[in-house]
Design a protein around this ligand. Structure first.
Ligand code: MRU
Length: 373
């Protein structure tokens, strides 16, 4: 991702040995890089949402396991890593990528390292942890790059129909480069299209209560020079009724083997509006977001319920440039705050993955992922 003309990933191991992240709590007002030097810092970063987005919390958790490997004792290595895995998995329940990345790290680290001294074995395991976390990061970025190339075809087809007018894409929350290691899922096709010289414009849902659309999607699109407008969460249906949306592309946090998709709260309503208005609705995600152990997403996907203060309050920059949080409801108003909802597969036109685009159904998914048959 381009930030002020420099290329960045959202998480990386720096030459000084620290894992670095872009602090998403400071965006869009400040660009700040933070260091994670131990497991506790990685757990905090994911729990408090300094890093967020399905792919990125998976990669950050993989780096958390690497940091845990540096801290783990010689005689208690696997036990320490299992405890680290439990702490990381407890941070956020809905995105499948987190548990997937942690389990992958555990599996790699539990493998025997051969007949070497205990000291060498520890050093080898730590190096193995570094390589595996790097592989999780690199694969996440590569999957997202490929999602962009497949999704590009949809935008190119729409561009032909539009005969020179910009293709209008609506997106919800932030499933851009900031939600992954690089490129993003829902926004990757937009970046690929812009790179090909296609005219594309993005409607950015603000995405209450945490405003990932307003704070993050609008910021990253601006950094990449993509034409966009921020809209109130409730505006999408109106735009679709008036032919102002050519396609909806959202990300996903967990997708079941039947194609039901959990994504940021409010996604389901956009899917309903899209169906009512004949607008294609696509869900873009890497295969690490699949949960093949689940079928019925509504019944089975765990939905994170968060602090109601996120609904009662809103933060932003005042006219004098201060970042302030204000209360927007009566004192003591009760509130509830579900972080995600599930869009049933029947409302999804297609799934855009790193292996191609398929129907949102067991059959469609198995055509791309036959090993899960
Ligand atoms: O709560 P967040 O910000 O971690 O939510 C995740 C998301 O950003 C969205 O649901 C996104 O659309 C899918 S994750 C790439």
């Amino acid at each position: 991702m381009n930030i002020a003309g420099k290329s960045y990933r959202t998480v990386w191991l720096d030459g000084d040995g620290a894992v670095k992240i872009i602090n998403q709590l400071a965006l869009p007002h400040e660009f700040e890089i933070l260091e994670l030097r131990n497991l506790a810092a990685a757990v905090r970063a994911i729990r408090d949402m300094q890093v967020r987005g399905a792919g990125l919390i998976g990669a950050a958790a993989a780096w958390g396991m690497y940091l845990a490997a540096l801290e783990a004792g010689e005689g208690s290595f696997i036990r320490d890593l299992e405890a680290a895995a439990a702490a990381l998995k407890a941070t956020r329940p809905t995105a499948a990528n987190l548990a997937w990345a942690v389990d992958r790290m555990l599996a790699a680290l539990a493998a025997p390292v051969g007949t070497v001294s205990a000291e060498t074995a520890l050093a080898e395991r730590r190096e193995l942890a570094r390589r595996e976390a790097q592989a999780v990061s690199d694969e996440d970025a590569e999957c997202c790059r490929r999602i962009g190339l497949y999704g590009l075809k949809l935008i190119a087809e729409a561009a032909e129909r539009k005969r020179g007018k910009p293709v209008q894409v609506l997106t919800h929350c932030n499933a851009g480069a900031l939600a992954f290691v690089d490129y993003g899922s829902a926004l990757s096709p937009v970046y690929a299209a812009a790179e090909q010289g296609l005219k594309v414009h993005v409607w950015v849902d603000e995405t209450r209560p945490r405003n990932q659309g307003a704070a993050l999607t609008a910021w990253e699109l601006g950094q990449q020079g993509i034409d966009h407008d921020l809209i109130a969460d409730n505006a999408g249906g109106h735009l679709m009724q008036h032919g102002m949306v050519d396609l909806v592309i959202t990300g996903a946090d967990r997708v079941t083997g039947r194609g039901d998709a959990a994504n940021k709260i409010g996604t389901y309503l956009k899917a309903l509006a899209a169906r009512e208005n004949g607008v294609p609705f696509y869900t873009a995600f890497p295969s690490s977001t699949f949960d093949f152990s689940m079928g019925d997403g509504l019944a089975e996907i765990p939905i994170e319920e968060r602090d109601p203060d996120e609904v009662r309050r809103i933060s932003g920059k005042t006219a004098s440039g201060l970042i302030e949080t204000v209360q927007i409801c009566p004192d003591g108003s009760p509130a509830r705050n579900w972080g995600f909802d599930v869009t049933p597969a029947r409302y999804i036109t297609g799934l855009i993955t790193e292996r191609g685009i398929c129907g949102a159904s067991e059959e469609g998914i198995l055509s791309l992922y036959p090993e899960h048959r």
